[in-house]
Design a binder for this molecule. Structure first.
Ligand SMILES: Nc1nc2c(c(=O)[nH]1)N[C@H]1C(S)=C(S)[C@@H](COP(=O)(O)O)O[C@H]1N2
Ligand SMILES: [Mo]
Length: 421
């Protein structure tokens, strides 16, 4: 596990409260950002050059930040200045890379493909660029997205993410299958897992390294790519450049950044990032009765595929809503293995529901927009949304039914209370 580090946690709302600057929604002016620094607070754009100064910082030292929905909702494809960031430790000697959304250009970047194989080999980014390129528009979402909502039951440790550990972006690169076929390393018969590793590891704790293993028979690997482009440009290092493993439909942690090693293994990685962190219990668990120390490969599963989820983008609690016919809209997504067939919305706290129209995106792994018009009178209204997919998967009204020690895979119905004027 990683050692506890001092956190610089301030979000826009707290900042506004602190400085009395009632300018929510406006871009932070230089004078405000220096004010923030004077108050010991941090401007996200100073942590990572090119990021919006309205990002919500969870850990300034590591550049961990979330996107306010007020900004996320303005784009179908999330631009890089608004994309959330989750890093665990800076790649040694590469801290400067991580302080900007400018991308490193490195055609000699090398990935080794090894492990229990007859012919260990490697391939450079330059060589990958000469192969057939494909695009994957897909949701990137932290497994801890929505963690803060578990606090209603019992606060789960870790960054208290709201719904903004979420993005919808276009990745481009070479299918993993094509790379493995081309290299033809000859895995041993006992091999069951593919393991991915990036150049980063904890400088403080030996062995703390974000390493991920996937069953080779996992169909999700059929869509996986070694990506070097994000939204049509080389991937910034903060988002995993020069090369990143992208597995569409899989939680963020499964998408290994700064990829430099793929290995064929008999067992999954012994890294605590595979065996203790980023796991979800196979049975309901209660706070105080189950902790991550209890996790083993039999009673829990790595946070692989996205749980079906939907969020309300508008109206948000901070929006001014006028009485009359109100547009309610948002997005829904899942792991891409079955189409989302219904999105229903309630404006009375769940007593009655109405169907929303779904505008399906071309990629099954992207988020899909939904909308509905509802007549709302003056006063408070509690909005809720629930999606369902073609194989009957849906969302719990109360996400706390799925409480777990690290607060992963929140997929409870989104609630927004709006005051109509
Ligand atoms: N090598 C490496 N890959 C990583 C991480 C990391 O710390 N190191 N963090 C993971 C986690 S937990 C998430 S949520 C995503 C975040 O991707 P982003 O920062 O591009 O949004 O990257 C994943 N891949
Ligand atoms: Mo994550």
């Amino acid at each position: 596990m990683t050692k506890k580090r001092p956190l610089a946690t301030v979000n826009r709302r707290e900042f506004t409260k602190l400085t009395g600057a009632g300018v929510l929604g406006a871009v932070m002016s230089p004078s405000l950002s220096s004010l923030a620094q004077a108050a010991g607070k941090v401007n996200p754009a100073d942590v990572i050059k090119g990021k919006s100064s309205q990002m919500i910082i969870h850990n300034a030292k590591l550049g961990v930040m979330e996107t306010p929905l007020k900004l996320l909702r303005n784009h179908d494809i999330t631009p890089k200045n608004l994309m959330f960031v989750r890093n665990h430790f800076p790649p040694a000697g590469k801290q400067a890379w991580m302080a900007t959304t400018d991308a490193p250009h490195m055609d000699n970047w090398t990935v080794e493909v090894a492990g229990l194989v007859v012919r260990p080999r490697s391939i450079t980014l330059g060589e990958l660029k000469k192969m057939t390129q494909v695009k994957r528009t897909s949701v990137m979402q932290c497994a801890g997205n929505g963690r803060s909502y578990y606090a209603v039951k019992r606060k789960a440790p870790g960054g208290q993410w709201r719904h903004g550990g979420l993005a919808n972006v276009e990745w481009e690169g070479v299918p993993l299958k094509d790379v493995l076929k081309k290299l033809d390393v000859g895995p041993a018969a006992s091999v069951r897992y593919l393991t991915a590793n990036g150049i980063d590891e904890s400088p403080a704790h030996r062995g703390a390294d974000l390493i991920k293993s996937y069953l080779l028979e996992d169909a999700a690997l059929d869509h996986a790519i070694l990506a070097w482009k994000l939204n049509g440009e080389p991937i910034p290092a903060v988002h995993g450049g020069p090369l990143r493993l992208i597995i569409p439909g899989y939680y963020g942690n499964m998408n290994v950044k700064f990829l430099n090693r793929l290995s064929f293994e008999t067992e999954q990685s012994p890294s605590p990032f595979q065996s203790k962190a980023y796991r979800f219990p196979n049975m309901p668990v209660e706070p105080g009765k189950f902790s991550i120390r209890d996790y083993n490969h039999g009673n829990s599963t790595p946070t692989y595929a996205f749980k079906l989820m939907s969020v309300i983008f508008a109206p948000l609690a901070e929006d001014t809503v006028k009485a009359g016919h109100v547009d309610i809209r948002g997005v829904a997504w899942n792991d891409g293995t079955a189409p989302i067939t219904s999105v229903t919305v309630s404006t009375d706290g769940g007593k009655t529901w109405m169907p929303a129209a779904i505008k399906r995106s071309a990629s099954p792994f992207a988020w899909h927009h939904w909308s509905v018009k509802a007549k709302l009178g003056k006063g408070k209204h509690e909005l809720l949304v629930v999606a369902t997919d073609a194989i009957g998967r849906t969302q719990p009204i109360n996400g706390n039914a799925r409480w777990n020690p690290k607060g992963y895979e929140w997929n409870g119905a989104d609630h927004v209370t709006v005051t109509v004027v």
